[in-house]
Write a protein that binds this ligand. Structure first.
Ligand code: FES
Length: 151
């Protein structure tokens, strides 16, 4: 075993995920392992960083497909530095900015009319009378920034 390699149990414990999650991530091409002569799975410790990125990305609503696209851009055939990670993550900038803006709106507008059609808040008759925002389409029209000026 190479000094930085971890068994599947060690990897799961350090990453904070079940072994089945490691197998799933590997099947999806997000992480890689190698096999010992006894056919035991081993992981390079560097795979922990990939798992951490997957977990955080999924938590904030980034899809596995989007995560894989970034991880595929990180070289495996050389020592990886921060510039490699930054270059791989650069396509995420706009998408993450959009998610941050939506999360900030969720935080800031939870107590106000978001144009969802519920008409349940005291201020909804003022901001969305008779659900006029529903004429623009489905969902929370004001929260997604899709409300027009009629309401
Ligand atoms: S909060 Fe639902 S329509 Fe206003």
């Amino acid at each position: 075993m190479r000094p930085n390699d971890l068994s599947v149990g060690e990897m799961a414990a350090r990453a904070g995920v079940p072994v089945s999650t490691l197998h799933y991530y590997e099947a999806e091409g997000l992480i890689e392992s190698w096999r010992t002569p006894a056919n035991h799975r081993r992981y390079d410790r560097r795979e922990l960083r990939r798992i951490a990125i997957v977990r955080v990305a999924l938590t904030v609503g980034v899809s596995l497909k989007e995560v894989k696209a970034v991880l595929d851009g990180v070289p495996r055939d050389k020592a990886v530095g921060k510039d490699d990670w930054a270059a791989a993550a650069s396509p995420w900038a706009d998408m993450l900015d959009e998610k941050i803006e939506l999360l900030q709106r969720l935080r800031d507008q939870m107590g106000f009319c978001i144009g969802c059609g519920c008409l349940s808040l005291d201020n909804c008759p003022l901001y969305n009378p008779e659900d006029v925002l529903g004429e623009n389409g489905a969902g929370p029209r004001r929260w997604t920034g899709e409300a027009d000026e009629r309401a």
